[in-house]
Design a protein around this ligand. Structure first.
Ligand code: IDP
Ligand code: MG
Length: 139
């Protein structure tokens, strides 16, 4: 295991519900350092680009609508084994299947409105970090 970076976003459902502070606290208690963070609202084309890997999935249009409905908080996070560790703290995509104590178990409404995004592999972490942050943000 080595120090690694990952990308995370608190989704519009959780930002609107005022859950961002508690989600950030769970992330920090799990040992992540926040390297960079900001709030923004995705445009339709940005959401389509960010989730391009899912464009042929039946849930894609609903996902784009959800992700553009309000502001999100994007973060660059650092920790040992950050990518896998964040996925564990997040819990399963479907909150009905998420383990006790995970962010999605606590805050997600359903498989779509599931409060947080986290990169799933080193290549996607790099792509997703670059989607929102410049090199100077990540020093
Ligand atoms: P992940 O966020 O746990 O990595 P992915 O399979 O990459 O899950 O899906 C991306 C996002 O698309 C999910 O977080 C969720 O918001 C939405 N999503 C995934 N599967 C479904 C589904 O079956 N129905 C509706 N939305 C879904
Ligand atoms: Mg994913």
């Amino acid at each position: 295991m080595s120090v690694e970076r990952t990308f995370s976003a608190i989704k519009p459902d959780a930002v609107a519900a005022g859950q961002a502070g508690e989600i950030l606290a769970m992330i920090q208690k799990a040992g992540f350092r926040i390297l960079a963070m900001r709030m923004l609202r995705l445009t339709d084309s940005e959401a389509r680009g960010f989730y391009a890997v899912h464009r042929v999935r039946p849930f894609f249009e609903g996902l784009v609508k959800f992700m553009t409905e309000g502001p999100i908080i994007v973060m660059a996070l650092e920790r040992e084994n950050a990518i896998g560790a964040l996925r564990e703290v997040m819990g399963a995509t479907d909150p009905a299947k998420a383990a006790e104590g995970t962010i999605r178990k606590r805050f997600a409404s359903n498989i779509e409105r599931n409060c947080i995004h986290g990169s799933d592999a080193p290549a996607t972490a790099q792509t997703e970090l670059q989607f929102f942050f410049s090199a100077a943000d990540l020093l």
